[in-house]
Ligand binder design. Structure first.
Ligand SMILES: [Zn+2]
Ligand SMILES: [Zn+2]
Length: 166
């Protein structure tokens, strides 16, 4: 699900409101990083966002992007997404939602499905743990990777397709 223009505008207004409440300046970097994050719906890594932002702000450093992301997470405007890969991924969607994870290209998509939305975590009984939120991650192959797998299977049936370089 792509963030609509409206919700993007609301998120940027929220950034200003939350920053004002915490007496933090709304830096250009934070605005640009949040916009870049909301422009993507594939839960990007710091490097992917760095590439996007560099196109708009040529002098920007990777550290600046990372710090801006950390602040956005801290302010509740973005989230870290859990991923089997060690690389941190970020999510501009801070509502309760579930995910599809591609095992081959590592992209993460949001999924809105009534079957998943019906799930509620069981009561944990004697376990001293307070659940604040949860997300279901379904692992598999995305449409692009399935097309690629079908194509390479047709070309060389016995060949194993290597993981694409990152
Ligand atoms: Zn994929
Ligand atoms: Zn998400």
């Amino acid at each position: 699900m792509k963030n609509s223009r409206d919700s993007k505008q609301k998120k940027l207004e929220l950034l200003e409101a939350v920053s004002r409440a915490r007496s933090l300046p709304v830096t250009v970097q934070r605005r640009v990083v949040l916009t870049a994050l909301l422009d993507r719906d594939d839960h990007p890594t710091v490097d992917q966002l760095f590439a996007d932002v560099k196109a708009r702000m040529p002098g920007v450093s990777r550290t600046t992007i990372y710090r801006a992301l950390e602040t956005l997470v801290e302010l509740g405007l973005a989230r870290r997404t859990n991923h089997f890969e060690a690389t941190a991924r970020f999510d501009g969607n801070t509502d309760h939602h579930h995910h599809l994870v591609c095992r081959r290209c590592n992209r993460v998509d949001d999924i809105d499905h009534p079957g998943l939305n019906k799930f509620t975590p069981p009561s944990l009984g004697g376990i001293a743990f307070e659940i604040l939120d949860y997300s279901i991650y379904l692992e598999g192959l995305c449409a692009a990777c399935r097309r690629g797998a079908a194509k390479s299977a047709a070309q060389k049936p016995a060949g194993r397709s290597p993981r694409p370089p990152r």
